[in-house]
Design a protein. Structure first.
Length: 269
């Protein structure tokens, strides 16, 4: 008496185009074909793989659908850059459709970033720490220019973008210093979710005190990593991430991607 088969579906055989796409994909993922590298011409690929040019075109379409190559008309087929930016945009859109708030992003950062800094404190080289230090100095220079120009006035989007970009460069360098590939790949799209905050002006607050408060936070991050004590670094970042309930309430009411207006002055840190 024969038994019914355990699996009712047979294994789907790959077409020649799918097999070719897999071989090229592995070359890209291994780094043999780097970002920006040109693939051989269609006739050359057909000869190398022993297939027709129609198969080469089908394989190219498969690789394009996976975001691994792009066709530049008149020039050829080139390996794309990693799709971090596209992923970040898709993630933001998904969160907006889910009615996510700034607090969702902040809360996730509170969970993740102390561990990132702790790992950086354990893994960063001296050169990487020096690089983070330089980026923090650049960020502080940007903050000085920003506050000097826009103190007491509404800053335009391009000026806000300069501050945000300088901040992200510091955070990306810290993530790179973890030497963890997942952290490195996720850093850029996740940081694209982070935005500025609009704190209320403190009575007697000055441009110098505002700059000092911003700088103090950033240099504490550098010190946390340079100390090479993961536990201490983790604790420092957790303290830096503590927020008054007024800030949390404002973030909960602000859609992701927008700047929360917080009705109290920024803590001194």
């Amino acid at each position: 008496m024969s038994k019914d088969p355990l699996f009712s579906k047979s294994i789907k055989k790959q077409t020649l185009a799918e097999q070719m796409a897999e071989v090229v994909q592995q070359s890209i993922l291994s780094g043999e074909l780097e970002s920006g590298a040109a693939l051989p011409t269609e006739p050359e690929l057909a000869e190398q793989f022993g297939v027709s040019r129609a198969v080469v075109r089908d394989a190219t379409r498969i690789l394009m659908a996976r975001g691994l190559v792009e066709v530049q008309h008149g020039r050829g087929v080139f390996v794309t850059e990693p799709q971090n930016a596209a992923f970040g945009e898709a993630l933001l859109l998904a969160l907006q459709r889910a009615d996510a708030t700034v607090w969702d992003v902040e809360q996730f950062e509170q969970l993740l970033f102390p561990e990132v800094v702790a790992l950086a404190a354990k893994s960063a080289s001296d050169d990487e720490i020096a690089g983070i230090q330089r980026l923090v100095e650049t960020y502080c220079e940007v903050i000085v220019d920003f506050y000097t120009t826009w103190w007491g006035k509404a800053a335009p989007p391009d000026a806000q973008a300069q501050v945000t970009d300088a901040f992200r460069q510091v955070m990306i360098a810290i993530c790179d210093a973890t030497h963890n590939q997942v952290v490195q790949q996720l850093a850029r799209p996740l940081l694209n979710l982070h935005n500025l905050r609009a704190w209320a002006d403190a009575e007697g607050d000055t441009l110098d005190s505002a700059v000092a408060a911003e700088s103090r936070v950033m240099y504490q991050l550098v010190d946390a990593i340079a100390g090479r004590d993961p536990g201490e670094a983790r604790g420092i970042v957790k303290r830096l991430f503590e927020l008054p309930h007024e800030a949390v309430d404002a973030m909960r009411k602000t859609p992701v991607g927008e700047i929360p207006s917080i009705p109290i002055p920024r803590p001194c840190g």
